[in-house]
Ligand binder design. Structure first.
Ligand SMILES: NC(=O)c1ccc[n+]([C@@H]2O[C@H](COP(=O)([O-])OP(=O)(O)OC[C@H]3O[C@@H](n4cnc5c(N)ncnc54)[C@H](OP(=O)(O)O)[C@@H]3O)[C@@H](O)[C@H]2O)c1
Length: 164
């Protein structure tokens, strides 16, 4: 299988994705979907999102952090300092690279995605960070899966996969 560069995110009815450097909702089932999808592959996130996770790495996945700080260091991550450097890393290995946000990072890789994996959380939340407007011409919907709320997940959500 050819490796892919993939954007993966979760947004609410208003395209909200973040609040105070964190996710606006608590949805363990959605986190499980993220984990299963990305396990064994590589992730790239912005430095702010990484700080919001208290710089904890997600096990079983290679993690690239995008930052303009040339002195940036943290245990278990690969720092990258430009989109070009990240793309060069992607080219020289075999894993899928999941672009996992935040807002500025999704935008920065706009013209490079092979696939998009969007979770629509069915609700309206308070927050400060929105998914950016991307030019998604050439993408078509490939699959859609609905997850119903339950005692541990207070909101329904739908995962839609788009392919180019
Ligand atoms: N719902 C979701 O799916 C989802 C996913 C991810 C994140 N989020 C949320 O999104 C929010 C954070 O998003 P954000 O947009 O504020 O921050 P971010 O995208 O996580 O990080 C921004 C930082 O990335 C670095 N950066 C950005 N573009 C760069 C470039 N071209 N070259 C080098 N470095 C670059 C800079 O780091 P330096 O300042 O270090 O130079 C910049 O300050 C949080 O609330 C988080 O929870 C939500």
């Amino acid at each position: 299988m050819t490796k892919k560069l993939i954007a993966i995110w979760a947004e609410d009815d208003n395209h909200l994705i973040g609040v105070n450097e964190r996710l606006p909702w608590r949805l363990p089932k959605e986190l499980q979907h993220f984990k299963e999808t990305t396990m064994g592959q590589a992730l790239l996130m912005g430095r702010v999102t990484f700080d919001g996770m208290n710089r904890r790495i997600l096990p079983g996945r290679e993690t690239l952090i995008l930052t303009r700080d040339s002195d940036f260091e943290a245990d278990g991550i690969i720092p990258v300092h430009s989109v070009e450097e990240a793309l060069q890393w992607f080219k020289n290995q075999d894993k899928n690279l999941y672009i996992v946000g935040g807002a500025s990072i999704y935008k920065a890789f706009e013209s490079h995605y092979n696939q998009l994996i969007k979770t629509s959380v069915h609700g309206v939340f308070e927050g400060d960070t929105y998914f950016p407007n991307l030019n998604l011409s050439g993408f078509r919907e490939d699959s859609q899966t609905f997850y119903e709320k339950d005692e541990k997940n207070a909101f329904d959500f739908t995962v839609t996969v788009f392919e180019r």
